[in-house]
Design a protein around this ligand. Structure first.
Ligand SMILES: Cc1cc2nc3c(=O)[nH]c(=O)nc-3n(C[C@H](O)[C@H](O)[C@H](O)COP(=O)(O)OP(=O)(O)OC[C@H]3O[C@@H](n4cnc5c(N)ncnc54)[C@H](O)[C@@H]3O)c2cc1C
Length: 302
């Protein structure tokens, strides 16, 4: 890029900006609050710091911005989808997701690094994270209670549902104590002049980080669908559920349609539809697919 002096500053002095009043009374979707906060675990936090649109016509929610955008594409001709809730449900059912991108959420979140590592895989958000090169990492560590230490599942390699016996849980927490004790060493080495960027490399995965995370509603629903799912790790699920509670209050109609058509919906493959029609077996030797079909049938009460 050449830039610099070869660029002329455009003359904007003659551009007239008309500042028009809102058509009717408007209200703040966050009720005038500076931020909304939900505490997660001992040191974690989900704070909603801003929403677009922040101001909506009195009596409406931020669902309004989705309907407003969708109506541009429908024009004046389609009166039959003119009811707001019906339109939002139609968009959700048919995967017309662009209007959902008209709503954005900015969060401040505090979470352990092992949660942040899973979270950051969602590439569609804008993120600005605390710099452990620039600043000293505070001594906040994730530590489950004795009752919350889970036993490795024998059917799901990535998780655990039941609790482990108390003795082993206490042993696990003592192991975490040992890891946390290294924090004093981190401080000592910083005092001796080791750079922050190197000293941090000895810190454990259960220490907390924090970031600002901005995402549009379409991508946020994708995040929530994956991370509120029982297959996601409980610790990140707790954050996802806190975020869902917040957005539910801002876009209640989208939240309802999300639960109805995505989160609690059952998607069937062609083989599954055939099995359903014929009232017979699923035509596959794949054990995993068969197990998933059994789960789906159970979810549908069959
Ligand atoms: C229960 C669970 C277990 C998991 N286990 C593992 C694991 O063992 N190992 C592992 O590495 N990961 C694992 N993941 C992470 C997973 O593979 C995804 O990286 C993560 O869920 C983000 O999903 P995404 O890419 O759809 O989301 P986002 O990054 O938010 O992207 C949203 C959508 O945008 C599109 N998109 C974004 N970027 C691109 C791109 N560059 N090219 C094309 N399309 C793009 C895609 O359609 C994508 O679905 C796991 C996730 C879950 C929920």
């Amino acid at each position: 890029m050449i830039g610099g002096m070869s660029r002329k500053v455009p003359d904007i002095s003659k551009i007239q900006i008309e500042r028009k009043a809102a058509e009717g009374e408007v209200v703040d979707v966050m009720g005038g609050a500076g931020r909304w906060e939900v505490k997660v675990h001992d040191h974690g936090l989900v704070a909603l710091v801003d929403v677009m649109p922040r101001l909506v016509p009195k009596g409406k929610t931020a669902d309004f911005a989705i309907v407003q955008a969708a109506r541009v594409s429908y024009g004046a001709g389609t009166k039959q989808v003119s009811e707001d809730r019906g339109l939002i449900r139609y968009l959700m059912r048919h995967g017309h997701t662009t209007p959902l991108e008209m709503v954005e959420f900015k969060f401040h979140q505090v979470m352990p690094i092992f949660v942040a590592r899973q979270w950051i895989r969602h590439r569609t958000a804008s993120v600005n994270e605390y710099s452990a090169r620039y600043s000293i990492v505070p001594d906040r560590f994730y530590r489950p209670s004795v009752e919350a230490v889970r036993k490795q599942s024998t059917v799901n390699r990535q998780g655990g549902e039941e609790n482990i016996d108390e003795g082993t849980a206490e042993q696990f927490l003592a192991y975490l104590d040992g890891v946390e004790a290294h924090y004093a060493e981190y401080q000592r080495l910083l005092e001796k002049g080791v750079t922050r960027e190197l000293a941090r490399t000895g810190l454990p995965l259960n220490i907390y980080t924090e970031w600002y995370w901005k995402c549009d509603l379409h991508n946020l629903l994708h995040f929530l669908e994956l991370r509120m799912d029982p297959h996601a790790q409980l610790e990140i699920r707790d954050y996802a559920v806190a975020m869902f509670a917040m957005i539910q209050a801002i876009v209640p109609e989208v939240a309802e349609a999300f639960l109805d058509y995505r989160y609690q919906a059952v998607r069937l493959s062609r083989l599954e539809v055939e099995a359903l029609r014929a009232g017979g077996e699923l035509r596959t030797e794949n054990k995993r697919e068969r197990a998933e079909w059994e789960q789906k049938k159970k979810a549908m009460g069959l």
